[in-house]
Structure formats: structure tokens, C-alpha cells
Design a protein around this ligand. Structure first.
Ligand code: GLP
Length: 260
């Protein structure tokens, strides 16, 4: 794991933006795995800036989102489809047919999940997967005890996640209990995993993910087995890491060719 600690979420997201931009410059047909939640919003603003100000071209890029709520149509205000359009795709030139987000209302759920996996393989696999982390350590919607070998499938949300995500729903409207999510096995096949965590509320989960035991109780700890997992943190999210000084030392001593 590479632990990148920046002073603020803005600075961390700028590093992330450079990593994404470098990938697309090097491979214009890059396949990106994308995430929702409040954490990647600043990264998405950076990507839009790269596109609008530096001419970064997304016209050959393909994207796959991690997850979606079961029961919400793509145009529901709280659907991840709507979230992605409003916060990223409306501002970029990714062709609509290259954008993949699980369908929250599939005719046949199991078949839809299997097809989603096939589409990723047909696209050449994920070059880079953007990730956030839930307060209980979930990746995508892979709640504690999710199998490390899991693939895209239906999951039932933990009550904690339902509470955490209630803020995205109008008063009186319930967070769906079921979701479709890429599995941990799916995520682990991405060539690079780029996880962002900002704020004190993520400090415990981050410390367990990076320095704790690998356990299905902390789904994100599976990234300890990933050959290229980069974890971008602000000071607050890094505040419970025992070896924070070491990670900063490593980052400030990166050879020039390895810098972002
Ligand atoms: C949701 C998403 C996750 C995300 C998590 C954290 O559960 N499915 O992909 O990482 O929320 O969200 P936030 O970034 O808002 O803290």
C-alpha cells in the first residue's frame, strides 16, 4: 500500500486528479471504476478542471460504477446514476454508451450482475478503481463479512450504512435496504486502486484498513493484498495511523520519476 497524506482534502484530491490525468494521457482508452459518496466529489471537480482547462480528453474512456440502490430508477434524485451525471458526466465528454452503472431496476437481477462483470472483462478490465471507505470499512457496498472473492451481486445494507446514507434522502423517505455492488474480488482485479478518505470520522476505519489485520470484518483491509493500492488521506483521516511519519517520509522522498 502506498499511503499519501496531504494537509487537506483539496490537496489530496488534486493528487488524485493528477494520477487520473496521467493515466488517461498515457492510455486514452482507459477504463475507470468510479465511486459515489461525498468523498470523491473533489476528485471529480479536479477531473472536470483537467478536461476544461487542460483539454484532457475523455472521449475514449470507459467507466464502470461500483454500485447502485436496488429499487431506484436511474433518474431518481438519490440514485447513483443521477449522482454521477450531476457531479461528473454532465461536464465531461465520456460517450454515454461508455458509461456503465448498475441498473437499480433490472428485470433479472442475477443476470444483470453477471452481464456487468462480463462487460468489464470485454472492456479490457479496470485500469483504475476510485474508492471511498464507509465508516464500517465497506468498499462499494461490500459490508463487513463480505467475501474477499465476491463478484457483482445484491447485498443488504448494514443499519449503520443506512443511517450514514440517510442524509442523501428526503425526510420521510427510506434508504433502500438492498443494493447491487461490485464484489471485493471484482475490485481487487483493478490494476490500480485509488482510495480516498477525508475527515476525522474515517480515522478509525483507515487505521484498521492500513495497519490492522486483514479481516472480512474490515472489508477494505483486503487492499493490503493489492499490488497497487494507493490511499490518499487528509491529516484528519490519517490521525490514527501509527506510522504516519514514515508514510510522509516515503512520499517526500519519492524519486522524481515516481512522483504524481
Ligand atoms: C457509500 C458508497 C461507498 C462510499 C461510502 C462513503 O456507502 N457506496 O462507495 O465509499 O458511501 O461515503 P462518503 O464518501 O460520503 O463518506
Amino acid at each position: 500500500m502506498e499511503i499519501i497524506i496531504q494537509k487537506t482534502a483539496e490537496e489530496g484530491s488534486a493528487v488524485g486528479g493528477r494520477i487520473v490525468a496521467k493515466l488517461i494521457q498515457h492510455k486514452p482508452t482507459a477504463v475507470l471504476g468510479l465511486a459515489t459518496g461525498s468523498t470523491p466529489l473533489k476528485l471529480y471537480r479536479e477531473m472536470i478542471k483537467w478536461h476544461k482547462e487542460q483539454g484532457l480528453d475523455f472521449s475514449q474512456v470507459t467507466t464502470f460504477n461500483l454500485d447502485e440502490y436496488v429499487g431506484l430508477s436511474a433518474d431518481h434524485y438519490a440514485s447513483y446514476s443521477r449522482f454521477m451525471n450531476e457531479n461528473l458526466f454532465d461536464e465531461l465528454n465520456v460517450p454515454t454508451q461508455n458509461i456503465h452503472i448498475p441498473n437499480g431496476l433490472p428485470e433479472n437481477l442475477a443476470e444483470h450482475c453477471a452481464a456487468y462483470e462480463r462487460e468489464m472483462v470485454d472492456a479490457g478490465g479496470l485500469d483504475l478503481q476510485v474508492l471511498g471507505i464507509g465508516s464500517d470499512g465497506h468498499l462499494g457496498f461490500n459490508e463487513p463479512t463480505s467475501s474477499f472473492a465476491s463478484r457483482t451481486r445484491i447485498k443488504t445494507l448494514d443499519q449503520q450504512t443506512v443511517e450514514d446514507n440517510q442524509r442523501f434522502f428526503k425526510e420521510g423517505e427510506e434508504v433502500p435496504r438492498h443494493v447491487i455492488t461490485m464484489g471485493l474480488g471484482t475490485i481487487m482485479e483493478a490494476r490500480t486502486c485509488l482510495l480516498f478518505a477525508f475527515g476525522e470520522g474515517k480515522a478509525d476505519a483507515v487505521a484498521e484498513m492500513v495497519e490492522g489485520s486483514v479481516s472480512a470484518m474490515m472489508p477494505a483491509s483486503v487492499l493490503q493484498f493489492h499490488r497497487d493500492a494507493r490511499i490518499i488521506l487528509d491529516e484528519a483521516a490519517a490521525s490514527k495511523l501509527k506510522k504516519a511519519d514514515y508514510y510522509k517520509w516515503v512520499y517526500s522522498n519519492k524519486p522524481e520519476w515516481q512522483q504524481y
